[in-house]
Design a protein around this ligand. Sequence first.
Ligand SMILES: [Ca+2]
Ligand SMILES: [Ca+2]
Length: 362
Amino acid sequence: MYVISALLIAAGAATRPVCADIYILTTNVPVRVAPPIQQASENMAILIKAKGGKWQRAEYELEGDRIVLSLNPRELGGTELFLVINPPPELDLYDEKPPVLLGIKGDGEALPARTVLDIRATLTPLQVLEWGVADRENALDLSSLKVVLDGELIVDDRVSVTQVSERQVGIALNLANLEYGSHEVSVKIADAFPQSNELHLKATLEKLASANWVQAEAGTVEVKVDSHYMSYYPSVAPLTDGFNMLTGEGAGNDVTWASAEDDQPHWIEIKLPQPKPIKEVTVYWSYSGSTCHTSQNIEIQVPEGGDWKTVYTSPKQGFTPARCTTFCFDEVTTDRFRVYQLSGGGTVQRPDLMWVAEVEAR
Ligand SMILES: [Ca+2]
Ligand SMILES: [Ca+2]
């Protein structure tokens, strides 16, 4: 059994000039392969090696626009084989080192250049985190770049790459509108020689939540809800007790409030002792069975006349499950607001339930 697990033909790639054809083959039995070549000539350099071994010239035969090689993993000393056809002089075939970290900047200021960086918790976290990365031996393979924020691969314009040269780039991650709490970023990038020369970077940061009107007025805040979950003690105390760091194991009625599980709208109404200017409401969801119970269709409402006016509406696509969600809107001065879950607006798994650990407003 053999498999050609990766194939890099870099000719014409946007990030680098014309380069060699490089194949990676995994085989545990002798095989004959016939890769195509771009241009046959009398003095072709066909080099082969097993991972960890030394390059050697491969015996081959020309058949039309292909070369035919017999490869024996036992003779070559490994089952993962690298085959390079006509390497250009600038390709360092002895590159066994991953790219290196040159520096890290947070909002333009230098941070310690550590591959694992713990950025201290702040009320106003960094807006942009940027890593400078270079490879000493070869060009960087920009197609290998992976930036992951809180487990999500970032593929939109929050990630931008500034190319200093084909061996050096700046990788910037826009962290605007980061949610409260802890966050983890990881960055992976490899050099253009496909030998698992990959640099791994990690950074953790935390956005602290400032004091909020609901907590500041604890004890004088009135909380009303539409209903209670049938097996829960009917208490609303957990919603404003300041505790929101659930362990993820369970979420009983000592740390959460849950609505009845039915197809009605569910809501939490908060009344402050005095009107306060409010421009965001943060809801910390139940976190149980390692699952964040993030409702998908929420409105924030304030009183108007004898009724309620909606000042925030959920986006159509709902929310990524997270420990908390902050709903931002134009500032309004009010002594009452409610978090209103539309009928069926809970999680995908339990759309008729609203399950919350804490409500904040600031
Ligand atoms: Ca390298
Ligand atoms: Ca709580």
